[in-house]
Design a protein around this ligand. Structure first.
Ligand SMILES: [Zn+2]
Length: 139
């Protein structure tokens, strides 16, 4: 058995009725988010009610997929064996142009060159027929 075979598959998101429209969106390269029909605010992560006013009346909206890096970290310690080939990897808070912040990896730039305020846009990495993961790259 080689070292490569010892690395388990990465965990995949659990798709539910509440987040399915998000994952259907990423499959067609769209970044979607829930918007409350009552208070009109967007929210993330996905959920059954608006975290601002607790209304369950909402719709899914296609966003620009553009934003800027609000903060980031670089992981040097391995916390999950599936990421063994990716150490060191970054995890960033991206503030979308529409306001909410989301957590994602930044691609297309060396970790040492990532900066707060760096303009980024969503890119979509197809994992399988069901899951396409949004990431962000400099724009
Ligand atoms: Zn609301």
């Amino acid at each position: 058995m080689t070292a490569q075979q010892d690395i388990p598959a990465k965990p995949l998101p659990a798709i539910s009725d509440f987040n399915r429209p998000f994952w259907e969106g990423t499959r067609v390269n769209e970044f979607r988010m829930q918007r409350c029909n009552h208070c009109k605010k967007l929210w993330a992560p996905n959920g059954p009610v608006c975290p601002h006013c607790f209304s369950d009346d909402y719709h899914w909206e296609k966003l620009s997929g553009k934003g800027k890096i609000a903060s980031w970290v670089v992981f040097h310690k391995l916390y999950h064996k599936a990421f063994a080939n990716e150490i060191p990897y970054n995890v960033a808070f991206v503030e979308l142009e529409e306001g909410p912040r989301v957590i994602a990896n930044i691609v297309g730039v060396d970790n040492k060159d990532i900066r707060i305020g760096m303009p980024v846009e969503a890119v979509f990495e197809k994992i399988n027929e069901i899951v396409t993961v949004p990431k962000f790259k400099p724009r």
